[in-house]
Ligand binder design. Structure first.
Ligand code: RUB
Length: 342
């Protein structure tokens, strides 16, 4: 059964749908759902419904330009279609939008296939590769490398606080890749054994900086220190054109419960007074969640920004791209979209 646009928005906010590509695809489907469900009497009113749905979806995850680019593309398409098809009815706009959505999805699918091929060719045989978080693009690339007989040895970092790295590890293991899982804090001590680090992207700025899962920036610095190649695999649609004007990509701050909620600790056996008096400080009580102390502030940024100088290259559907050239290629793509035949 299909989800309503509001339910999809909630799924995205709660990370039941995660990763930039999945989020963009789900948002497009929700916009289509809104168009189908709309009883707007005119094309203008239908456009208003679409605009409202798009804004609701965009607010769920502020650091997802791919979702914004895909939704804005559909909205522009609807506007141009209305101007160029004045004698047609709202239901014909709904059909045209659905057709357009299929075209965007096909294009996204083709782009990720191209990235996987170009990227797999960059992986040396039996290369040791470190990956972070869960990126469908990274998984596709490594699966392709495996199919080519390159047998990469992959280390997935768990990715606190929500452990998306386990999802990556499961998918790679199912694809027959030689894969291991390590806690995030093991990255530094493992880096000198790596041939490369591969990450996905949530956003790419006009300066070629990368916004991706928190922890990416630290990994890029470690890779730099050890002269390990640091590659980001991403569709040009991850580019955020707004960074040309406002300079920064907003970083989503998530709930404190994501950080503290999953930890279980041995509770102190002693009463608080005994502990304060320094008596027998053994932690040998049962494992239990520790309540969050009052007045403790928990910082939980979902993403960080890696400066372009730490990125060896982006792998996009346009090929191996130096960070400084990404904006030009991406802006060319966005300018030509949507393609409308009148
Ligand atoms: C996911 C994440 C991924 C990118 C790219 O973060 O940072 O690296 O979204 O993924 P979250 P893809 O789990 O918070 O959404 O290549 O699938 O677009």
């Amino acid at each position: 059964m299909s989800r309503s646009p509001t339910e999809t928005a909630e799924d995205i906010r709660a990370l039941r749908i995660q990763g930039a590509r999945r989020v963009a695809r789900a948002a497009l489907a929700a916009l289509n759902e809104a168009a189908q469900a709309s009883s707007a009497p005119s094309k203008g009113a239908l456009y208003e419904d679409l605009l409202q749905t798009a804004r609701m979806l965009e607010e769920t995850r502020p650091t997802e330009p791919m979702m914004r680019n895909a939704l804005e593309d559909s909205l522009r398409y609807a506007l141009v279609w209305i101007r160029t098809h004045q004698s047609l009815e709202p239901k014909e706009l709904v059909e045209a939008l659905e057709q357009h959505q299929h075209e965007i999805l096909d294009e996204m699918e083709a782009a990720v296939g191209t990235i996987a091929k170009i990227g797999a060719a960059e992986i040396p045989d039996h290369a040791a590769i470190m990956v972070h978080c869960h990126s469908t693009t990274v998984v596709r690339l490594l699966t392709e490398a495996q199919k080519l007989g390159k047998h990469p040895k992959v280390t997935c970092l768990e990715t606190r606080p929500l452990y998306q790295g386990r999802l990556t590890a499961r998918e790679l293991a199912a694809a027959g890749v030689d894969v291991r899982l390590a806690v995030d804090s093991a990255a530094g001590s493992l880096m000198n054994k790596m041939d490369g680090v591969l990450v996905g992207a949530d956003a790419i700025t006009s300066e070629g900086d990368l916004v991706n899962k928190i922890g990416t920036y630290g990994l890029a610095q470690m890779a730099h220190l050890h002269s390990v190649r640091f590659l980001c695999v991403a569709e040009l649609y991850k580019y955020d054109p707004l960074t040309r004007f406002k300079g920064t990509e907003s970083i989503e701050q998530r709930a404190a419960g994501e950080v503290w909620g999953s930890g279980r600790y041995r509770q102190e056996k002693n009463s608080e007074e005994e502990s304060r008096a320094g008596k027998n400080l053994a932690h040998d009580g049962p494992l239990a969640p520790l309540p969050i102390p009052q007045n403790l502030k928990i910082i939980n940024p979902a993403f960080d920004r890696t400066p372009a100088r730490f990125i060896s290259a982006y792998i996009t559907e346009a090929g191996l791209t130096p960070p400084g050239q990404l904006a030009i290629l991406a802006e060319r793509k966005l300018k030509n979209s949507p393609k409308i035949e009148v």
